[in-house]
Design a protein around this ligand. Sequence first.
Ligand code: PMV
Length: 321
Amino acid sequence: MTTASAPGKIILFGEHAVVYGRPAIAVPVTQVRATVTLSDSTDGRTWIEAPGIGLAAALDELPAANPLAAVIRSTIEAVGAIPNPLPPFAGADREGSGAKIRIDSTIPVASGLGSGAAVSVALARALSAQLGKPLDDEQVNLIAYEAENLHHGTPSGIDNTVITYARPVYFVKGAPIESLTVAVPFTVVIGDTGLPAPTKESVGDLRRLWESDRPRWEAVFDEVGEIVAQARTAIEHGSVTRIGELMNANHALLQEMSVSSRELDRLVSAARAAGAAGAKLSGGGRGGNMIALVEPELAQRVSSALSDEGARRTIISEVSS
Ligand code: PMV
């Protein structure tokens, strides 16, 4: 039996503009995780079980574009050897002894916490280890990115990167990963609207806006890029008040991009009213999660304020290097 797991993540700054080449900052959220457990199957087929999303299927019945099937295929390719046991695939020789792949995740789906990428990372790690050739982070990251392509269409790659490396990252699409030193650890409260919000939709809507008036949106993305650059400095110098102000400024620009929603705005306002130094939506927007930066002693109060305002659940997390 082989097990691997990967954390969730949250985007602190720069979502959406990151798709257009601007930087973004994301951090792992270790309070939630996806875990993949592999064991032998007795009937020569490979079975995938993900009770959290009601999936129980034989691998060879999943469409080729299914992200889980894609991760399994790419991992086997990357491992390079003819593995034994070989999980049989659609069209492949059914002689292999097969495997049972069980996915357990405490990361809510479609909520901006990176559930898809975390499952991909854990699956690539567990499977490559089971096949006797654990992949390195770079290989795992690439496989998870390819799966994100199937989930999202045009992912920047930030989710798979922060989840693979499990540390704060300053991310620019296509550029080598840059770590971020958190000078003074700070506390965030994550509030879930409970509304599933497929990232693909908000990204697609924003793309249509951008196509209709590129100069306007490029200027907005530049403003976001400037905020992210300042946020990096603030994080590396431990200026918590400044980080909060920049989160508020980033949220205003996300509202302008029309990726916020009434529910997100209400949670953001409630967090600020309860004493948060700053708050913004996080991730694709429309639904999913928001984050608030708080002094540690205010975390519980802000968390309760979010619940009173309708947050389905809250997570208090510390951001550190
Ligand atoms: O919804 P999430 O957390 O997966 O975030 C997506 C972040 C976007 O910038 C909106 C899209 C992307 O691919 O970077």
